[in-house]
Design a protein around this ligand. Structure first.
Ligand code: NAI
Length: 329
């Protein structure tokens, strides 16, 4: 368990309590990783983080703040690269009872975001004063790998369509390569419908007819942005979980960041990290515990018993967590 910083420790405690209440036996190893510690230690990924993940291969992680326009490198990006967590999987699902502009639609899509390269390569360079380049790295290896992951998932879960999102009309080489890899993998899966959308059009289509989407397959940056857009369709960042999957390691974390505007107030919505915990339990093949937690969360929302402020209620993080635990009994 990496609680992180900002609202991280609050939602991590809530998620751990809810997971423990399912009856599953998890011997949590709590590892500190936050902006203060990184600044003090002068290293982005302290040894104890890597040691723990190299021993357990599984992590539940809260958000970690990244300084803007300067300061240390993103811990989140560093962790994904170091452990080669190449697939960022983010299910976007409507929850019963959650009021949104799209509440009549039962949205159910899954984002597959390439997680290791693109403009997140961190290769930036000031050529001369006031002229900067930032390298967008796209490789065949990483593009084929994420496309395979998305199509294999589509096949295993009987999904009907994969939409690849790109800007290959402008970045003909970089996004062109990503797209060619997606096409190559798609051609091996004739049973799954495949379409391509330019990212600007995809953004509009997602807002006006989100129900027509199923699986979204994107390079890193578009995947990051479209994830928040899609979170907005189902009620916001408070409820959207995620997984960073590698060949060996898996780190589960919400889509949201450290939310400094509400940190320390006890009002953050822990649903996103709890649902990331559900994904972790499924990964650990603890299906009963996963079902118990998922059902309890849905029960609380369906009854609108304890709803946090981001979704229009006034329950605290703790009251929501208590309600989820009560629903399990
Ligand atoms: P953010 O996701 O932290 O917050 C955006 C908005 O959503 C805020 O108004 C916040 O209050 C709200 N929100 C987020 N999670 C919520 C929750 N669980 N319950 C209720 N409301 C919630 O994004 P922001 O402000 O752009 O980034 C803050 C920091 O987080 C930055 O340093 C950023 O780099 C970092 N970050 C870290 C991530 C990670 O650790 N995986 C992911 C995204 C951002």
């Amino acid at each position: 368990m990496i609680p992180g910083d900002g609202i991280g420790p609050e939602v991590a405690d809530a998620a751990a309590r809810a997971i423990d209440a399912t009856g599953v036996k998890i011997d949590w190893e709590r590892i500190e990783l936050n902006a203060d510690l990184i600044q003090k230690r002068g290293e982005v990924l302290p040894n104890e983080v890597m040691d723990s993940l190299n021993r357990t291969f599984t992590g539940l992680k809260g958000p970690v703040t990244t300084p803007i326009a300067g300061g240390f490198q993103s811990v989140n990006v560093a962790l994904r690269k170091r452990l080669d967590l190449f697939a960022n999987v983010r299910p976007i699902r409507s929850l019963p009872g959650v009021k949104t502009r799209f509440q009549d639609l039962k949205l159910d899509m899954v984002i597959f975001r390439e997680n290791t390269e693109d403009l997140y390569s961190g290769l930036e360079h000031e050529v001369v004063k006031d002229v900067v380049t930032s390298l967008k790295v796209i490789t065949r290896t990483a593009s084929i790998r994420i496309a395979n992951y998305a199509f294999d998932y589509a096949k295993a879960t009987n999904r009907r369509k994969v939409s690849a999102v790109h800007k290959a009309n402008i970045m003909k080489l970089a996004d062109g390569l990503f797209l060619r890899c997606c096409r190559e993998v798609a051609s091996g899966h004739p049973e799954v419908r495949y379409e391509e959308l330019i990212v600007d059009n995809a953004s509009m289509q997602l807002v006006i007819r989100p129900e027509t989407f199923d699986i979204l397959l994107l390079p890193n940056l578009y995947g990051d942005i479209i994830s928040d857009l899609c979170a907005g369709l189902v009620g916001g960042l408070g409820i959207v979980p995620g997984a960073n999957m590698g060949e060996k390691h898996a780190v589960f974390e919400a889509v949201h960041g450290s939310a400094p505007d509400i940190a320390g107030k006890g009002i953050a919505n822990p649903t996103a990290l709890m649902l990331s915990g559900v994904m972790m339990l499924i990964h650990l093949k603890e299906m009963d515990a996963a079902n118990r937690l998922q059902t309890a969360i849905e029960t609380v929302y369906a009854s609108q018993g304890a709803v946090t402020r981001d979704l229009g209620g006034n329950a605290t993080t703790q009251q929501f967590t208590d309600a989820v635990i009560a629903a399990m009994k």
